[in-house]
Design a protein around this ligand. Structure first.
Ligand SMILES: [Zn+2]
Length: 65
């Protein structure tokens, strides 16, 4: 099995890892309610997609229990 000849220095390790980072997910805003929505996804707040209601969401019940 191939074995590294030299240990990786911290500088080289850091250079390699400089591209490893988390990027924030891209968001759009719902045309109906203005909620932040993932592109190509149904709005989870109101059930609209492409300016029409796709899923009828249940009404939020007022502070039960
Ligand atoms: Zn919405």
């Amino acid at each position: 099995m191939a074995v590294p000849k030299r240990r990786t220095s911290h500088a080289r390790q850091g250079k390699r890892r400089s591209h490893l980072h988390v990027t924030a997910p891209q968001t759009q805003f719902c045309s109906n309610c203005g909620e932040a929505v993932l592109p190509h996804h149904l709005c989870s707040a109101c059930g609209h997609y492409q300016k029409r209601e796709v899923v009828v969401m249940e009404q939020q019940e007022a502070e039960g229990k």
